[in-house]
Design a protein around this ligand. Sequence first.
Ligand SMILES: Nc1ncnc2c1ncn2[C@@H]1O[C@H](COP(=O)(O)OP(=O)(O)OP(=O)(O)O)[C@@H](O)[C@H]1O
Ligand SMILES: [Mg+2]
Length: 510
Amino acid sequence: MFTKIKSVGLLGLESYMIDIELNITGGRFMLDIVGLPDTAVNEARDRIIAAINNSGLIMHLSSHFTFNLAPADVRKEGSLYDLPMAIAVLSATKQIIGNYKEAVFIGELSLSGAVKSVKGVLPMVIAAKENGVKDIYVPFDNCQEAAIVEGINVYGVESLKQLVDHINDIQRIKPVELIPFRHYEMPEHLPDFKDVKGQLEVKRALEVAAAGGHNVMMIGPPGSGKSMLAKRIPTILPDITVDEALETTKIYSLSGNLSKDEAIINYRPFRAPHHSVSPAGLSGGGTIPKPGELSLAHNGVLFLDELPEFNRSTMEVLRQPIENGTITISRAACALTYPCSVMLICAMNPCPCGYYGHPTRMCSCPKGAPARYLSKVSGPLLDRLDIHIEVPPVDYNQLSDKEEGESSASIRERVNKARQIQIERFKGTGITCNAKMTSSLTRKYCQLSPAAEKTLQASFEKLGLSARAYDKVLKVARTIADLDRSEAVENKHILEAIQYRSLDRKFWKA
Ligand SMILES: Nc1ncnc2c1ncn2[C@@H]1O[C@H](COP(=O)(O)OP(=O)(O)OP(=O)(O)O)[C@@H](O)[C@H]1O
Ligand SMILES: [Mg+2]
């Protein structure tokens, strides 16, 4: 007896269709699985036998079962083939009748026959749809994430018995209702920018950064509000687009970071790993590598507080991905590439005691200590941060001021308007913000007025900017002009952008 059931496989974010072939011959009971299965797939044998028996169905123990997971040259990972393999057994032994051969099945089985959730359902459902599949059966706990995909019937399955009754037309399962995309509504209780007294220049710099997706370095003495400001950045980030939300949700689905009742990540993620994070924690890792913090922050913010406390090797992991927007992780089994288009925000003190360059307090560090401390942040990494901003200490008058600052909501409104201009500008290029412009797009969209050109030339020579810094100044100036609703990049825009590159001269003496 031979039968074939469809399923989907995942390698990183790449998915492919899988045929679960089953051949049953007579003889002593044996259950073999071929086609590059990993241990979890191999262990399916015990789960399938128990689940079938405990669902009131029959597992013929006087036959030889051979499963082949095709294509056989791709490694199959995890327990998601339990369900299609069980369906193949029931199909070959004529315990199910009905229309299921063109459908796709994914799900892990418990010994009792319950269907348990698996990782990566969203990318798999999208792949199935792209391959023309009409019906897909997924674990009930994963059906929310699958319900955002249009054009395919998604069925949430709680148990093997329930699925068998559905296929045999005894009791049908209703397909999941499509969940339309809705923008995230900022909850009222979140920390707000209006709580931060003074720091108008820093707030402005963060607004520019949020509008254009630029990387930021904040440097300042202890207690000046760096962490406080960073915590409020999610409240001023622009709305995530539908495509960005889908991409980010795929990563969360794959890494098992999507909660049961969360259909889609409809906000820009904000990840703030502790400085003890390992390079693999940041980049992603494992035998078959899973996404790390960098990819979990895709289309959102990666915040590194107390930057010099991070391991040097951890910091250096950032260099290429920050520039490319993707990270490739190579392991013996395979090399996988994940997207990581992030806005990197870093905060740090200027020296171990924290008061180097302070207007009123003396730095108590031994000679040379501030330079050593600052040198922990390498030049190439610093160069990748578009906006450098000093967070000065707040004085008593500012702190005791009873008047509230501008709210996050009103800053976000401006940010959203400026981002909308960028989305229109880059339509069809796959880019949604100024920070991610390629060199040729930068040349095209950052044409300077003659006065601005002159200013930039003078500053370039005076500040000794690198070629990368030159590009970054142009991109930041483009964002400032967008916030100003100005088509042209004028002198005032370039002046402000240059000001965001002068800080490294004060501390790093570049
Ligand atoms: N501008 C400000 N307005 C209102 N409160 C502030 C401001 N700056 C600092 N604070 C208060 O000081 C506390 C400490 O600030 P925060 O932790 O952000 O400092 P920091 O710059 O991150 O310091 P460190 O360098 O030590 O990490 C805040 O929780 C807040 O209560
Ligand atoms: Mg802090």
